[in-house]
Design a binder for this molecule. Structure first.
Ligand code: APR
Length: 250
């Protein structure tokens, strides 16, 4: 299989190795090749499901069992999933580069499992549940729902993820904004870039003077601000970038 043409990026690699900051924003597309469905498009989780019925505080209020069944199904899929070459390449890049921040909208924990450490999980994590009464966090329930999972205080547990209509954790979001504003290069990987506020990070980066690159087999609204686009899968492009970085080490 031919290597992707990284020409638009090559001149920037020595700068990244010298310590200019890189930010990478990922979305569901990076985990698609680990067998986890994306949200939008054919076969996506929102095909035939309305996000309002499954991923909002109102949905949970009116039918917690339905919402938990959706998350139990996702957890079940996740238990069989492993980080792919895209996740692993990002973890390798973090070990090579002096300054790299990985920002993800994903709640699947696969970046951490791959070894990424400087990681901001904007939408929380599927692997943890939070009590709706005392806010205590505990591991997400294993096995099917019902029964509804409850906290040791007796309160109903909910997934520790950010639902539509809920704010992101302020310290996580502020760190992502700072990183985007300060970076020299910004990769947008495997996201349709239609969900705010994460979708605004590429814009902030471009306004701050960063070179934005899109890695996605399909075009998204980010394309017009991109200095370069790689229309291929994350597992093809990211390992090639990691390899090129290693070759560029002085
Ligand atoms: N490599 C790179 N990109 C891919 C791949 C792949 N192998 N496969 C699919 N994609 C791209 C698709 O072309 C699409 O643009 O990944 C993107 C996935 O988009 P979405 O399904 O909209 O996922 P995402 O952008 O992460 O969604 C954002 O929406 O429902 C919410 O909270 C949920 O965090 C999620 C947010």
């Amino acid at each position: 299989m031919s290597e992707p043409d990284l020409t638009p990026l090559l001149d920037l690699l020595p700068e990244l190795l010298a310590g200019r900051p890189l930010v990478v924003l990922t979305g569901a597309g990076i985990s698609a090749e680990s067998g986890l469905p994306t949200f939008r498009g054919p076969g996506g989780m929102w095909e035939g499901n309305r996000p309002e019925d499954l991923a909002t505080p109102e949905a949970f209020e009116s039918d917690p069992e339905k919402v938990w069944r959706f998350y139990a199904w996702r957890l079940e899929k996740l238990r069989g999933a492993r980080p792919n070459e895209g996740h692993l390449a990002l973890a390798r890049m973090e070990r090579i580069l002096p300054r790299m921040t990985l920002v993800t909208q994903n709640v699947d924990g696969l970046h951490a499992a791959a070894g990424s450490r400087n990681l901001l999980e904007l939408h929380g994590t599927l692997l943890v549940a939070r009590c709706t009464k005392c806010a205590r966090r505990s591991p997400a329930p294993e096995g099917p729902v019902p029964p509804l999972p409850v906290c040791i205080c007796g309160g109903l547990l909910r997934p520790d993820v950010v639902w539509f209509g809920e704010p992101l954790a302020p310290e996580t979001w502020e760190a992502a904004v700072r990183a985007a504003e300060e970076c020299a290069v910004f990769f947008v990987v495997g996201t349709s870039s239609v969900v705010a506020p994460a979708s605004s990070l590429a814009l902030l980066a471009a306004r701050g003077g960063a070179y934005v690159f899109e890695i996605n087999p399909k075009e998204t609204p980010i394309a017009p601000l991109a200095a370069g686009v790689f229309r291929a899968s994350a597992t093809k492009v990211l390992p090639a970038i990691a390899k090129a970085l290693v070759r560029t080490i002085p």
